[in-house]
Design a protein around this ligand. Structure first.
Ligand code: HEC
Ligand code: HEC
Length: 411
């Protein structure tokens, strides 16, 4: 080094050359040029009638390697910062592929479909999640905000607002799925971990080095990269192979009863399409008060809680009805145990209040008043929305080496 400084003093330019040749990055025979980092762009299948405007933030483009890393992290319960196998929780503990990425009603741990976070001294049974579950399919097409009330959305600037018991975190600040990953990992009613514990737990697993390198060009595990990879995987989950979709593509026939249900659904007769129709996603992703109650709790996490608009009191996002057969119980508060109860509600159980959405046109008659036969037909149509390819697709399933770490319960 002394020599270099000496040369620098006398011949500044020559010194630069000497320094350049000391640079480990420079190209010579022992150090061939490092492989350029070029992950493979992820292509969504080109599906007839599906929207093309994806909700993907500019700073997290989807890549094959990113989605694959995200799948591993989605199924890895060590992300909860625990190594005790009885204390593991991953995204897949609650978002289960066989249930259209909800938990289902018969889960032995989450009885009745109500989910709880990991136990703590304060909550020995685990803190309950504020609402019942939402499916994780076709989220990439939603531009109206995530969660039942749309709180996590692109135009959110709730920085510092301690909603859901977790303070906002740059850079995502409740704007997109990246932020939901962090919320799920740190929320007391979910994995109840911390950013540092999650990063340390994942960095301690040697298998991830190569996967982070492939996805992000570096082995270094950071929380931002964890969020980005899981968000990429979640966006890759798309449901487009139900019998209903195949029927639209002329690849399958509906039975007479299913056809009757289809006609009821997409006409004023049962009048479901205004809110749940409109596209092959089987949702408008808009918010409505669908006439379930006449009294509202001011602390309810409804749409009004987000917008402050009194017209949004008691309103929630109309969820997609794809895979609805697998995702009981129903509504944000899980009040209906099965589809018969849901259909009976829309047929004759509507309750008037000043906040009911105008599209609930038959609220004064308590509902659309369907015959028993029509109810059966409507239900059989709802069954055509189940996508068996999605729930069996290995691209979305638990990597075999993570089975024991996934925090899933077999049932
Ligand atoms: C303890 C159970 C539980 C765990 C674990 C969990 N979630 Fe969820 N998730 C929920 C519930 C409940 C909701 C609905 C919350 C609401 O709107 O109030 C939800 C909603 C979501 C949504 C919003 C979907 C939409 O269409 O708006 C996304 C995205 C999501 N979760 C992703 C994840 C990811 C990624 C993980 C892992 C990092 C995860 N969740 C872990 C219970 C869980
Ligand atoms: C005015 C809009 C509107 C109309 C019309 C409507 N819904 Fe809904 N639907 C909603 C909203 C909003 C929710 C979520 C409400 C909540 O969770 O509190 C919902 C929830 C549901 C759910 C539960 C979804 C889940 O994942 O828990 C089912 C099933 C359903 N609706 C079926 C139907 C059927 C069948 C019809 C026609 C008979 C219909 N809806 C008509 C707005 C509507």
């Amino acid at each position: 080094m002394e020599r270099i400084i000496f040369i620098l003093k006398i011949f500044p330019l020559a010194g630069l050359l000497v320094l350049a040749s000391c640079n480990p990055q420079s190209v010579n025979e022992e150090n061939p040029e490092p492989e350029p980092f070029s992950p493979t762009p992820y292509e969504f299948p080109d599906i007839p009638y599906f929207p093309k405007n994806f909700n993907i933030p500019d700073d997290n483009p989807m890549t094959v390697e990113g989605v694959e890393l995200g799948r591993y992290l989605f199924y890895d319960g060590r992300i909860s910062g625990n190594t005790d196998k009885d204390m593991l929780m991953s995204c897949s503990t609650c978002h289960i592929q066989a249930h259209g990425f909800e938990v289902g009603i018969n889960h032995p741990k989450f009885k009745g479909g109500k989910t709880f976070g990991l136990p703590t001294p304060e909550y020995p049974e685990g803190k309950p999640t504020p609402n019942f579950m939402m499916p994780l399919v076709n989220t990439v097409y939603n531009h109206n905000g995530y969660l039942w009330n749309g709180f996590v959305n692109e135009s959110n600037d709730a920085l510092g607002n301690p909603h859901y018991g977790v303070p906002a975190r740059e850079p995502y600040n409740y704007k997109n799925i990246e932020s939901l990953v962090w919320m799920a990992i740190t929320a007391p009613h979910e994995m109840n971990s911390t950013v540092d514990r999650a990063v340390a737990a994942i960095a301690a697993v040697p298998m991830y080095r190569e996967k982070f390198k492939a996805a992000f060009g570096t082995e270094e595990v950071t929380f931002e990269r964890i969020s980005k990879a899981i968000a990429q995987f979640v966006r890759s989950i798309i449901s487009y192979n139900s019998k209903f979709h195949k029927y639209l593509r002329h690849e399958a026939q509906l039975t007479e009863q299913e056809q009757r249900g289809y006609d009821l659904f997409f006409s004023e007769d049962a009048d479901c399409f205004h809110c749940h129709g409109g596209s092959v996603l089987m949702t408008t992703n808009e918010f409505f008060n669908n006439a379930k109650d006449s009294v509202f709790d001011p602390d309810e996490h409804d749409r009004h809680w987000v917008t402050g608009d009194p017209m949004d009191i008691g309103a929630y996002r109309a969820p997609s009805l794809l895979n609805i057969e697998l995702t009981a119980p129903y509504m944000h508060d899980g009040r209906f145990k099965n589809l018969d109860e849901v259909i009976d509600f829309y047929s004759g159980g509507l309750v008037y209040s000043d906040y009911v959405h105008p599209l609930m046109k038959n609220v004064r008659q308590k509902g659309v008043q369907l015959s028993d036969e029509d109810k059966m037909a409507l239900k059989s149509f709802l069954f055509t929305l189940t996508d068996y390819e999605l729930i069996n697709d290995p691209a979305y399933s638990c990597p075999p080496e993570l089975k024991e770490w996934s925090g899933q319960v077999n049932y």
